[in-house]
Design a protein around this ligand. Structure first.
Ligand SMILES: C[S@@+](CC[C@H](N)C(=O)[O-])C[C@H]1O[C@@H](n2cnc3c(N)ncnc32)[C@H](O)[C@@H]1O
Length: 265
């Protein structure tokens, strides 16, 4: 039975939806997911029948509702600054090869991680004449991607610039001192809806792949699969930046020099 008929959602239906979300997007069962699924129960009748796929309208709406978009500018600031210190060498290599410096935020939510990468890259761009920079943000959640594409800076626990180093604040301040994205950063940024479980077909390799606070929501199998895709997207010599709770994937030892943990900052 795939109908709710206005009654309290059946436990079986919620369980079936949770299992489908694990198959579709790799989402792991958790109390957070269970609570969000319960609140989103009115969307469940739109999910079946039909293909279990992140592009199917019912499942897309459910994914919008149950994914967690918490993010902020310069989240894990020490790691951001450590990455910033690596960028000049990566930029010099890109410039010497006549190609853009490419950075990826995998699971970008409302885009603050993309804008953080863009600010770090913009500093390097100013010092590297002729350097082109592309920053791609991918996520499954359509409203989050919509906000990101508009360049909206989310309130971020009430103080959106709290973690932004003083020297970088100029990229995030409007004329009136309000939080606002500098047009130069917006120009570098591109957003794409994609399911990390399926990789990013058609994307050229990246010099930096950042995936933080995403794998923690996934099943073990999905984590391994996503990490495999992320490693495949990383240019040799590039930097893989994971979140504080993420373990390096097997094979990353070869990239040890490029692996940048977030610690707990
Ligand atoms: C908590 S946010 C992390 C945002 C940012 N990376 C940060 O650390 O501030 C997690 C994001 O991962 C996205 N996500 C979860 N599973 C995904 C999948 N299979 N494919 C793409 N995005 C996914 C969610 O939609 C959500 O926006």
């Amino acid at each position: 039975m795939r109908r709710l008929d206005g009654a309290a959602p059946e436990a079986g239906l919620l369980r079936a939806a949770g299992e489908a979300l694990a198959r579709i997007a790799g989402l792991a069962p958790s109390p957070v997911l269970a609570g969000r699924l319960l609140r989103a129960a009115p969307l469940l009748p739109g999910c079946w029948p039909g293909p279990e796929h992140h592009d199917a309208p019912g499942w897309a709406a459910l994914l919008d509702a149950v994914t967690v978009q918490q993010t902020r500018l310069f989240r894990h600031p020490q790691q951001c600054l450590a990455l910033g210190a690596r960028l000049p060498a990566l930029a010099a290599a890109a410039r010497a090869q006549g190609r853009p410096l490419r950075l990826l935020s995998a699971g970008c939510a409302t885009g603050e991680e993309v804008f953080t990468l863009a600010a770090l890259a913009q500093e390097v761009r100013l010092a590297t004449p002729g350097l082109a920079v592309e920053v791609l943000g991918v996520d499954l959640c359509r409203p989050a991607l919509g906000a990101a594409a508009r360049g909206v800076i989310a309130p971020g626990l009430g103080a959106p610039l709290e973690h932004v180093p003083d020297a970088m604040r100029r990229w995030f301040l409007g004329a009136g001192g309000e939080a606002a994205l500098h047009p130069a950063l917006r120009e570098m940024a591109r957003f794409r809806r994609a399911n990390l479980l399926q990789g990013l077909p058609g994307e050229a390799p990246f010099d930096v792949v950042m995936c933080r606070n995403v794998l923690v929501y996934l099943t073990d199998a999905a984590r391994r699969r996503v990490l495999g895709h992320l490693l495949a997207l990383l240019r040799p010599g590039g930097v893989l930046a994971l979140g504080p709770t993420d373990r390096a994937p097997p094979g990353a030892e070869a990239l040890a020099e490029g692996l940048l943990g977030a610690g707990h900052g």
